[in-house]
Ligand binder design. Structure first.
Ligand code: TYM
Length: 342
């Protein structure tokens, strides 16, 4: 168990996290999220959700959404999420997510949403044309977490601002309605893999929505594809230095060293010390070996699971029922606090 996990084990915790089934799951999802979800599940009550309602904030072909929802669930399980121990379900099965998010739409402030950098990035110049769902998405994310009174949320660094908003919403709800209903949820942002960058541009995060497939390592890439993507990853002509802080200003080099460190659970300094004076040709070969040895078993297991969609569907159904049991009494308390008659 990591230090963070053992420290947190002393308090009563419930973990909630999720990922969007809006494209290929990639190395950033694995290192920033899934791997940490797996590490937390022995110590905490964990709820892991495939957030299909978030995915439709941008257009999703319905048949593909169904397939990608199953693929995401397969990725969670293949990465090590144990659906017997943790709860694994898809968001739209539990109606409380939509119900609570409406209440939060009325608690959250326009000014708060206007500050969300992810909306600005995703909407870009197209602001007037994006769905209103994309804009209020952070309120739904707060509802996901607080519907279960989750105390901890393991995520990559890009979700930090959304979790700050979740705390603001919890605090304002408690204050406005004079209750102590919602906890102030803590983010868990762990280790070297919290921010994995694009293989084509070390200043952009690795993302499902990047139009270039060569920018990311997908969890369903075969070994040859992985090797080719790493070989072609952008780098520079300089050698690896003795220490990680000497990589300053070399975004792509920093990223590859960070990926190696995260996958082998050693520090960036140690990676630099091990490869000092070597060029990226040699380093990329070693990185390929590490990526393949860690990801190939996951890719294989995903394939095996996806060949049995009825198994995945039964896991999600069972998870949805267990999630609903936790959510129902919390949502009833929320509605009572708001003054809804039932
Ligand atoms: P999503 O689907 O973009 O990503 C899922 C998880 O993967 C992490 N991640 C990364 N970590 C490191 N480097 C990267 N390049 C990288 N890309 C993605 C994300 O930080 C995330 O942890 N809004 C969320 C989904 C969500 C959620 C929630 C998360 C909805 N409700 C409630 C936690 C709790 C999202 O779009 O993640």
């Amino acid at each position: 168990m990591s230090d963070t996990a053992s420290t947190l084990a002393t308090v009563k915790n419930r973990v909630f996290s999720g990922a969007q089934p809006s494209g290929n799951m990639h190395l950033g999802n694995y290192l920033g999220a899934f791997r940490n979800w797996v590490r937390l599940q022995d110590t905490y009550e964990c709820i892991y959700c495939v957030v299909d309602m978030h995915a439709i904030t941008v257009w999703q072909d319905p048949a593909e959404l169904t397939a990608q929802t199953r693929e995401a669930a397969a990725a969670y399980i293949a990465a090590g999420v144990d659906p017997k121990n943790s709860i694994l379900f898809n968001q739209s099965r539990v109606p409380g997510h939509a119900e609570l998010s409406w209440i939060f739409n009325c608690v959250s402030r326009l000014g708060w949403l206007n500050r969300m950098t992810q909306f600005k990035d995703k909407a870009g110049k197209n602001r007037e044309k994006v769905s209103t769902g994309l804009y209020i998405y952070p309120n739904l994310m707060a509802a996901d977490i607080l519907l279960y009174k989750a105390t901890h949320v393991p995520v990559g660094e890009d979700q930090k601002q959304h979790l700050e908003l979740t705390r603001d919403i919890a605090q304002k709800f408690n204050h406005d309605f004079g209750v102590e209903l919602f906890p102030l949820t803590e983010p868990i942002i762990m280790g070297e893999g919290a921010r994995v960058m694009s293989l084509r541009d070390g200043t952009k995060k690795m993302s499902k929505s990047d139009p270039s497939d060569a920018s990311r390592i997908n969890l369903n890439d075969d070994t040859d594809t992985l090797a080719r993507k790493i070989r072609k990853a952008k780098t520079d002509a300089e050698l690896l230095p003795a220490k990680a802080d000497m990589l300053e200003g070399r975004a792509e080099a920093q990223n590859l060293v960070g990926i190696y460190a995260a996958l082998t659970d050693i520090s960036r300094d140690q990676v630099c010390a091990d490869f000092e004076g070597k060029g990226f040709g040699d380093f990329k070969k070693a990185l390929t070996d590490v990526v393949v040895s860690k990801l190939a078993p996951i890719t294989e297991e995903m394939k095996r699971l996806q060949a049995d969609p009825s198994y995945i569907d039964s896991v999600l159904k069972d998870g949805g029922e267990r999630a609903q049991m936790i959510a129902a009494p919390i949502l009833a308390d929320v509605k009572k606090a708001v003054g809804f008659l039932s």
